[in-house]
Design a protein around this ligand. Structure first.
Ligand SMILES: CC(C)(COP(=O)(O)OP(=O)(O)OC[C@H]1O[C@@H](n2cnc3c(N)ncnc32)[C@H](O)[C@@H]1OP(=O)(O)O)[C@@H](O)C(=O)NCCC(=O)NCCS
Length: 176
C-alpha cells in the first residue's frame, strides 16, 4: 500500500458512528477485552472522557481520504511510554493493517517522541501477534490466564518496541 495516500488525523464526533460500527463488528469485538455490543450512549461517554484526556490520542487512519481504521495511543504514568490499540474496518483491503501500523509508529516516535511503544494481544489473536512481530516489536512476555472473558481465562501476549530500535530499522530502509 502506497504510504503517500495514507494519513492519521484526530478522531472527532463525526467519526462516532463509523468507529462504533467497526468496534461492534464480531471480527473486531472478539479480540477486545470487553466483548459486549456497545450502545451509542456508552460509546459517546467513552469518547467524551477519552478525548478530554491529554494522555490519550484517538486517531483515524485514512486511505485516500476514507476512514479505514481506529488507533489509540495511550501514554502511561511514564509519559514517554505508551500502549497502543487499534482495529481496521472489517472490509479493509489487504495491507491496511500493516499500513496503519507503520503510520502509527511514525506518529508515536516522530510526533509524540515516545521512548517505547507497547502492544498487548489476547493469546488467540494470531493476526495481531503476527502483526506486531512483522512490525519489529519484541515479544516481551506472556501473562498467563490474565484475562477472563466470562467463560474462560486467556493469556495476554505483551509486545514492546523502543524508539532506538525503530530508528535503526528506518536508517537501514533509507540506505537500501
Ligand atoms: C490486528 C490487525 C490490525 C492486523 O492487521 P492485518 O490483519 O495484519 O492486516 P493486513 O491487511 O496488513 O494483513 C492482512 C493479510 O494480508 C497480507 N497483506 C499485507 N499486505 C498486503 C498487500 N499489500 N497485498 C496483499 N496482501 C497483503 C498480510 O500479510 C496478511 O496476511 P496473513 O493473513 O498471512 O497475515 C487487524 O487484523 C484487526 O484490526 N483485527 C481486529 C482487531 C484487533 O485484533 N486489534 C488488535 C487488538 S491487540
Amino acid at each position: 500500500m502506497n504510504s503517500s495516500v495514507n494519513s492519521l488525523r484526530p478522531m472527532t464526533e463525526a467519526d462516532l458512528d463509523q468507529v462504533l460500527a467497526w468496534r461492534n463488528h464480531p471480527d473486531v469485538r472478539r479480540y477486545m477485552y470487553t466483548q459486549h455490543e456497545i450502545g451509542m450512549e456508552e460509546h459517546r461517554a467513552w469518547f467524551g472522557r477519552a478525548s478530554r484526556d491529554s494522555a490519550r490520542h484517538l486517531l483515524i487512519f485514512e486511505v485516500e481520504g476514507i476512514a479505514r481504521a481506529f488507533l489509540a495511543i495511550n501514554q502511561s504514568s511514564c509519559a514517554t511510554v505508551a500502549d497502543w490499540g487499534f482495529y481496521i474496518a472489517p472490509d479493509a483491503q489487504p495491507g491496511t493493517g500493516r499500513a496503519l501500523g507503520i503510520a502509527g509508529m511514525h506518529y508515536a516516535f516522530d510526533e509524540l517522541n515516545l521512548h517505547k511503544l507497547c502492544g498487548q494481544a489476547l493469546g488467540y489473536n494470531e493476526r495481531s501477534i503476527r502483526f506486531h512481530e512483522r512490525l519489529g516489536f519484541s515479544r516481551e512476555g506472556v501473562l498467563r490466564d490474565q484475562h477472563f472473558d466470562g467463560k474462560d481465562y486467556h493469556a495476554i501476549v505483551c509486545f514492546g518496541l523502543l524508539a532506538a530500535e525503530w530508528r535503526t530499522v528506518q536508517a537501514h530502509k533509507s540506505r537500501s
